[in-house]
Design a protein around this ligand. Structure first.
Ligand code: FAD
Length: 558
């Protein structure tokens, strides 16, 4: 049996990702590639984060009485107003979040961080916060990249962050029905470690897996790297228990199918902490695979590769689809080879002779019984080759898997070296994938290439559906003096291009603050009112995560 290698790491450092001691520095060749491509005078590491002692954080707005009331619920040791703890909870992990904290600005930190130990404590805390008019931010791993855990006070007397890390148990496994119930604060590696003795996997591996939590997955509708095979978090979840200011809400059903009215579970899934706190959830699990089989193919262009993925999904037997299915555009393929230090001379010559001068690389992983997985790869290979793919063997896929959780460390090094880097994502129907790709890519480049600056945009597809695919853009440029304005400019340009293309404003990062202004274009004014009405029922005082998901001016409209 293959146990998914998912190593437990300590919660992230305050200015960046994970445990910096685990970061592998960029090789000199990769740095020179970046310097040349971005036309930078230097990529010396001269922009480090300020010292923690120099981070600005205001005094807590909570008085001794409120702190004592919080402590009476959780135990005083589980309520913190320490600056270091508040700074750690001052936001998520988007590039603007990190830029702010790295520059020493944590003035928006919560007034206190509270660590509840049970659903009952969460319920009591919400009742107290409603009474004392305190805003509440539910905090899982804090890996939001859309401002989802920003501790906005709104019109409230203060804001507390509820960090769910103490609620981290596997509660129940039903091996016959293949479901498991977890507390919400359990992180990715702990989920896999708890399921392994039962012979199961959740199969949910977002790149943030080592830090993100089950509650965060459900609250954001996350998609993992193997979601083409196992399904997204919103496919996996069967039921969830939500503590709301209006009382407990059990949404969903363990029944295999039901026609008992609208699916209220969908009110909770993707609610981003705006309705209440998910304290436990039951999700589908799968047998841990006996084997993994890897494959990679090269295509003459991104469009040709995308069409090959579509054909794989449409023409192949459904069960033959790989669990992991990733296609890089030609820019991402080139930078993967350069930054990864690959020696690609012979490969480039071979592909060039076969008509692929600027190849687009696709990686696949099939999981399951070894013999069957190999047969699925064989059948898929025929489709991929008919679609113009050249087989490149298992090594690129294995190498991607080996390094797949170390990518986030790279951003910290790049920011330190004066390189702006950020990502955004969308999804489009097959008929619109190519146009969406082209227009969003163009919008990002135009927004970054100002005043003679150079930029690099690379894109991949990592989730393949019957009717379309995701598009994930990573972009780099020199860090401008006002890097927050630089980020806002490119984010607005890309978001407008996504809306104009008729694609979704977010395929898996969720809405948070950053996408809230664009949600109306996707779900309509009435859709926003429906959301506001649900919020008004479950959170009549509006204390739950103000300013997220629902655009702020409509939030109070019943
Ligand atoms: C480097 C990096 C890589 C990423 N890769 C992926 C990826 O591959 N796929 C993907 O889908 N996303 C990815 N993300 C985004 C992020 O990891 C996901 O949104 C993840 O699901 C968030 O989980 P979390 O526990 O960190 O939630 P948090 O960041 O703590 O919270 C996210 C939102 O959910 C709410 N929330 C959290 N827990 C609860 C709860 N128990 N009850 C109610 N609301 C709650 C918060 O209030 C907030 O609105 C990535 C982020 C980073 C930084």
């Amino acid at each position: 049996m293959v146990t998914h290698f998912t190593e437990e790491i300590s919660p992230s450092v305050w200015y960046g990702w994970g445990d910096p001691a685990r970061a592998k520095p960029l090789a000199p060749g990769a740095l020179e590639f970046l310097r040349r491509t971005l036309r930078l005078a230097s990529v010396e590491a001269v922009h480090p984060p300020v010292d923690l002692a120099n981070v600005r954080v205001g005094p807590s707005a909570l008085d001794a009485m409120v702190l004592a009331e919080l402590g009476a619920i959780t135990g005083a040791g589980h309520v913190s107003t320490e600056a270091a703890e508040r700074i750690l909870h001052a936001g998520g992990k988007s590039t603007p979040d990190l830029l702010r904290r790295r520059s020493g600005d944590a003035l928006d930190a919560p007034d206190a961080v509270v660590f509840p130990g049970s659903s009952a404590e969460v319920a009591e805390l919400l009742a107290l916060c409603a009474k004392r008019q305190l805003a509440v931010v539910a905090f899982g791993g804090g890996t939001s990249v859309v401002g989802g855990v920003e501790p906005l006070r709104g019109r409230f007397a203060g804001v507390i962050t509820l960090d769910l890390r103490r609620m981290n148990r596997l509660l129940h496994v039903d091996p016959l029905s293949r479901t498991a119930t977890f507390e919400a604060g359990i992180r990715g590696p702990a989920i896999e470690a708890a399921l392994a003795p039962h012979g199961f996997t959740l199969g949910h591996f977002p790149q943030s897996h080592q830090e993100a939590t089950l509650g965060g997955y459900v609250a954001t509708r996350s998609a993992g790297q193997a979601s083409t095979g196992y399904g997204r978090s919103d496919d996996l979840v069967k039921s969830a228990h939500l503590e709301t200011p209006a009382g407990p809400f059990d949404a969903g059903s363990l029944a295999p199918g039901t026609a008992a009215g609208p699916k209220l579970l969908d009110v909770v899934v993707g609610s981003e902490g705006t309705l209440g706190v998910i304290t436990r959830a039951t999700l589908k699990v799968s047998p841990a695979p006996a084997a993994k089989v890897y494959g990679s193919w090269s295509f003459p262009s991104f469009a040709a590769g995308a069409d090959a993925l579509r054909r794989l999904r449409h023409d192949g037997v459904r069960g033959d689809m790989p669990h992991v299915c990733r296609l890089s555009d030609t820019d991402e393929t080139a930078s993967t080879f350069k930054l990864g230090g690959w020696k690609t001379g012979a490969l480039s010559r071979y592909l060039s002779v076969r008509g692929q001068k600027t190849p687009a690389l696709a990686l696949f992983v099939w999981e399951g019984d070894g013999r069957q997985a190999r047969a699925r790869r064989r059948r898929s290979a025929r489709i991929l080759q008919r679609a113009g793919g050249i087989p490149l063997g298992p090594v690129p896929g294995m190498s991607w898997e080996h390094g797949r959780f170390s990518g986030p460390y790279l951003r910290d090094e790049l920011l330190t070296r004066g390189v702006f880097v950020e990502t955004l994502e969308t999804a489009a129907t097959w008929g619109r994938v190519e146009d969406t790709y082209a227009s969003v890519r163009r919008a990002i480049l135009d927004a970054l290439e100002v005043n003679g600056a150079a930029a690099y945009v690379q894109t991949h597809i990592s989730h393949v559906y019957s009717d379309g695919a995701s598009l994930y853009f990573t972009f780099l440029s020199g860090l401008e003096k006002d890097a927050l304005a630089q980020n806002a400019r490119v984010k607005a340009a890309a978001s407008n291009a996504i809306v104009a293309a008729g694609a979704t404003i977010t395929h898996h990062h969720a809405v948070g603050i950053d996408h809230a202004p664009y949600l109306g274009a996707e779900i309509g004014d009435l859709g926003i009112k429906v959301l506001a009405g649900i919020k008004n029922t479950l959170d009549p005082e509006g204390i739950m995560n103000p300013g997220k998901l629902i655009p702020i001016d409509t939030e109070e409209t019943p």
